[in-house]
Ligand binder design. Structure first.
Ligand code: PEP
Ligand code: MG
Length: 316
């Protein structure tokens, strides 16, 4: 709720990613349908009539539940997110029931599916969501069918954007995992942290392609990973045509002030320039230089200023 208050006071227009793992992680057992319903209702009410995007349980990988241990040698490539909940539909069904009941009278719920790597996962999930929707309506709840979207965070999804977008209402890029999986760099391993770079040309090319392909089939595409909360990243995403940016409440004021101060054409020129470069570090330096020249040097992290000379050289 602290985040909700901060987001509202910073002018958020909804919630782009509500990580439902959190209420599960603070318990020592699976929260009941009624408990989940109360958590979800609180969020939905706070933002109504603006949309609240609730992600179905994304456990596994770096998010574990003490009461549901998963032992694997390679958890990031293992039983994670939608894979777990489709193998345990009882968890998924209870969660969706709680979400739908919580949305009664508000109709601002959006459901988002994590870790989608193939179409059948989307179809199976949609089937379960429709089933719950009809059951809950039959029980007398006056609810509307929520918009359903998928997260694009696995490279396979990048190459099936049109097929995915045809089946759902929206797409949202999880840039944290997409970077990790595209670059084969564990996002939590300090030993390879210098290789984890969302400004890597391959990541930027993937982001461009996702936005273009989603728009070809007329579906909105947003981003809910950390990249959108970085002023330079937000500029590039705006230039790529992303329809919505989701970020931590603390990043909202600076990102708003940056994207409102430059034209889309200016950002598109910057994007065009950086897409010609082949090093993530040089790209970062160029974006930093552009921000500095536009008067936003205060948003750059201290200690990075030596990279500006580097960028000037790359652009010359
Ligand atoms: C992401 O992967 O970018 C994302 C938003 O999800 P999470 O960080 O919770 O994995
Ligand atoms: Mg993720």
């Amino acid at each position: 709720m602290t985040d909700v208050v901060r987001s509202l006071s910073h002018g958020a227009e909804g919630i782009g990613l509500y990580r439902t793992e959190v209420p599960f992680m603070i318990k020592d057992r699976f929260p009941s349908e009624q408990e989940q319903r109360e958590y979800y209702r609180e969020q939905l009410e706070a933002f109504a009539p603006n949309p609240v995007t609730m992600r179905t349980l994304d456990i596994g990988g770096d998010k574990s539940l003490t009461y549901f241990p998963i032992q694997e040698e390679n958890p990031f490539l293992g039983w994670r997110g939608i894979r777990v909940t489709l193998d345990h539909p009882e968890i998924f069904l209870v969660q969706v029931r709680a979400m739908l009941k919580a949305s009664e009278g508000l109709n601002n719920l959006q459901i988002m599916l994590p870790m989608i790597s193939n179409i059948s996962e989307v179809e199976e999930s949609l089937h379960l969501i429709y089933r719950v929707y009809h059951e809950v309506r039959e029980e007398g709840y006056d609810i509307h069918m929520p918009k359903v979207g998928v997260m694009v965070e696995i490279p396979a999804a990048v190459y099936q954007i049109r097929e995915l977008a045809d089946r759902v209402d929206f797409l949202s890029v999880g840039s944290n995992d997409l970077t990790q999986y595209l670059l084969a760099v564990d996002r939590n391993n300090p030993r390879v942290a210098q290789l984890y770079h969302s400004y890597h040309p391959a990541v930027l090319q993937a982001l461009v392609r996702i936005a273009q392909d989603a728009h070809v089939v007329g579906k909105p595409v947003g981003i809910c990973g950390e990249l959108a909360g970085d002023p330079g990243g937000a500029l590039l995403l705006m230039a790529m045509g992303y329809d919505s940016l989701s970020m931590n409440a603390a990043s909202l004021p600076k990102v708003k002030s940056v994207i409102r101060s430059v034209s889309r054409e200016w950002a598109m020129q910057l994007l065009e320039d950086v897409l010609l470069l082949d090093s993530p570090h040089v790209i970062k330096s160029c974006v930093d230089l552009a921000l500095r020249n536009a008067g936003f040097g205060r948003y750059l992290r201290p200690g990075k200023s030596n990279t500006v000379a580097f960028a000037e050289k790359a652009l010359s």
